[in-house]
Write a protein that binds this ligand. Structure first.
Ligand code: HEM
Length: 214
């Protein structure tokens, strides 16, 4: 019997979601008060995070709890590396700094032991990218004239329409208990995943030169 786990997961993470989506850096970036270098800084953190997330996802791809969610079309790491190369060429900036919070996040991903914990991070990042994330891509083009060749991280054309994809993802979440998954472990780790994302957004503010801050 499917559960209503996807609704419980969404409701359990709703408060911290609102908190994280309103962190100063992301608001300033999305409202055009920063610059392309600030976007490249965010992408530099994502490169470290998605590298680990996708390494672990391929390790767990045959696990009965995680396998229904494993989908190479979601992979972002290679796209992020390409986008950064384009941005750094335009900005003439060599490597940008990686925040301690980003290293902690990647460390957490590298130490995950269960498919449920991995699924919590998979959900937090990819369903987020397929939701508010798509707005980020559009706003970076509008505010900072970043070209599509440097915004391929937000191109999910391979999966088709996003709403049916997200609905199917949520239906699979409702099946997790039936495949032996521990729903409470996913809830707890999803809260941690949001917290780690929030810490990254807090810390990268320190790398914004005061001249480009609003
Ligand atoms: C940048 C600011 C953000 C905006 C404007 C935003 C906006 C949204 C919106 C409108 C939805 C609902 C989509 C739907 O009903 O299908 C959503 C869902 C979601 N967002 Fe965000 N978001 C932001 C940041 C984030 C961040 C930083 C994360 C995680 C790190 C995140 C993770 C998620 C997740 C996991 C969902 C799916 C919730 C569910 O249906 O279970 N969002 N977001």
């Amino acid at each position: 019997m499917p559960s209503d786990f996807s609704r419980r997961l969404r409701e359990t993470t709703a408060t911290i979601h609102t908190d994280v989506e309103n962190r100063g850096f992301i608001i300033d970036l999305m409202e055009g008060r920063l610059d392309a270098r600030a976007y490249a800084l965010l992408l530099t953190q994502y490169e470290v995070i998605y590298d680990q997330l996708e390494r672990r996802s391929s390790e767990f791809r045959d696990d009965p709890v995680f396998a229904p969610f494993a989908d190479a079309r979601l992979d972002r790491h290679a796209r992020i590396v390409d986008d950064l190369e384009h941005l750094q060429a335009v900005l003439e900036t060599p490597g940008l700094p990686v925040a301690e919070a980003t290293r902690r996040y990647a460390q957490r991903l590298s130490e995950l032991r269960t498919p449920e914990e991995l699924l919590a991070h998979h959900y937090t990042r990819y369903l987020g990218d397929l939701s508010g994330g798509l707005a980020i891509g559009a706003l970076m083009a509008k505010h900072y004239r970043i070209g599509p060749e440097a915004l391929t991280m937000w191109d999910f054309a391979d999966i088709g329409k996003t709403k049916p994809y997200k609905d199917a993802y949520r239906s699979k979440l409702d099946q997790v208990a039936a495949s032996g998954g521990d729903e409470d472990l996913i809830l707890a780790e999803a809260l941690t995943a949001f917290e780690l994302n929030g810490q990254v957004l807090n810390e990268i503010v320190d790398f914004i030169p005061s001249s480009s801050a609003a």
